[in-house]
Ligand binder design. Structure first.
Ligand code: ZN
Length: 128
């Protein structure tokens, strides 16, 4: 008995599917287009350098990274210990996408809490 390589491939694709499903739900609530999701540092390194500039070789240190300009999000599944952290990380990164003008801080954290609580947000309109 025990796990075979096929079990891991299956766990992996289940997890991948689950993440994309959650991302889809939150993107709809936040009125944003679904970003390209990267789940491994290998995928980060394979992206064009101009996309991941500044958070490329350092991406492995973070639970998640948003490349806002190019609508790309890295979810560092290897570093994420549990479901709650996964949910928090997805919402954190997607709040960056919906509120690109907010940096980390009280207002940003408030939006993350609202996102986790199921709030919906109207589409982001650039100020004229
Ligand atoms: Zn952040």
């Amino acid at each position: 008995m025990g796990f075979t390589v096929f079990d891991f491939v299956k766990l992996d694709s289940d997890l991948h599917f689950k993440i994309l499903e959650k991302v889809g739900v939150y993107c709809a609530r936040f009125s944003i287009s679904e970003p390209k999701i990267l789940l491994t540092t290998k995928e980060v390194l394979e992206m064009p350098k101009e996309v991941t500039e500044g958070r490329r070789t350092s991406a492995y240190k973070y639970l998640g990274v948003s490349y806002i300009q190019d609508n790309v999000v890295f979810i560092n599944v290897r570093k994420i210990p549990d479901e709650k952290t996964l949910e928090n990380t997805i919402v954190h990164e997607l709040i960056h996408m919906r509120f690109p003008y907010l940096s980390h801080g009280r207002r940003f954290n408030k939006m993350v809490r609202r996102g986790l609580a199921g709030w919906t947000f109207k589409p982001y309109a650039k100020r004229r």
